[in-house]
Ligand binder design. Sequence first.
Ligand code: TXA
Ligand code: MG
Length: 353
Amino acid sequence: MDTKIVKIDDVKAQRDELQHAGEILRQGGLVAFPTETVYGLGANGLDGEACARIYDAKGRPSDNPLILHVANRSMVDQVAAKVPALAEKLMAAFCPGPITLILRRRSIVPDRITGGLDTVGIRMPEDDVARAMIKAAGVPIAAPSANISGRPSPTTAEAVAGDMAGRIPLILDGGPCRFGVESTIVDCTGDKAVILRPGAVTREMLTELLGEDHVNLDPALVGAKVVPKAPGMKYTHYAPKAPLTLIEGMPTRMARAFRREIERLQAQGHTVGVIASHEVLQELSDIVPAELMADYGHQQQLPAIAANIYEALRSFDDKPADVLLGEGTTDEGLGLAIMNRLHKASGFRTLPA
Ligand code: TXA
Ligand code: MG
């Protein structure tokens, strides 16, 4: 299958291209599209057979449910059976935006996409292209991140093409994603908001809105040996092609810890790639060649690190490094989302700085 990449700079001027994407979706086909978090791989969310094609294209386990992307409130009511007060509050504060709400589902939602659950994840993206595409399709759009299952999520159209070329007919290119990590997933089916996956709507933001006592983290996120409530969170994820180890600890100790570990690995004959802050990489230029470094931004700038992290992981796909070392961040604010992704990408292999 030929994969067409269409750059969308202006959703009004390019209505025809968006109508064409809507047409493919209505007919059961797949379209990759930008959102403010990561690129999604979309299908008609009311058509179980169309959604089955997503699982094929990604190689995704069939028990991992898809979230539905909507353009407005009436689409929420089309698929959610009940919108509790908690969810109303979250929608008023954060939608459209980088958050997914878990709600009770209506029977119109195909079983194929919920993995047998009686709930459904609903997300209202803020990105112009995403919104225009959903409106053009006229139906809720089921969409996971547009990567091959297990790989880092794509934050550019090129990264989507790297995984999906030949598997889907169309990629809408809206440029790099603003946030760069997937939406915060919040389970709204109980009396407290439970964060199932951290994202750009941070725990601190939720606490400020709802109060400390009304926000919980899924125990699986804080290392407890329990099955996570978001089925996808139990799978290996975001993994680069070479094994990654994280170095965690005080920023001031980082460079020295990296140097020690790099020298140890190099002495064993390894070619070491490093994913780290500008500050740490600067100190390692005498022992790591520039092409084996991925700079994820300045230590204190978490939004930039989030936006760069998946590209940094993917940048080693065709480099000779056989082992990777990555720098951990704080777990406050957006750092919780970044560390969640880095822990998964490393299979929880860590060293203290
Ligand atoms: O930012 C995002 O959320 C991106 C963009 C494309 O919107 N989408 C995304 O989808 O990250 P995906 O499929 O890669 O991750 C969705 C996660 C999975 O871990 C899945 O298990 C979980 O949401 N999930 C879906 N439905 C659920 C449900 N009813 N209850 C609990 N978790 C659910
Ligand atoms: Mg994903």
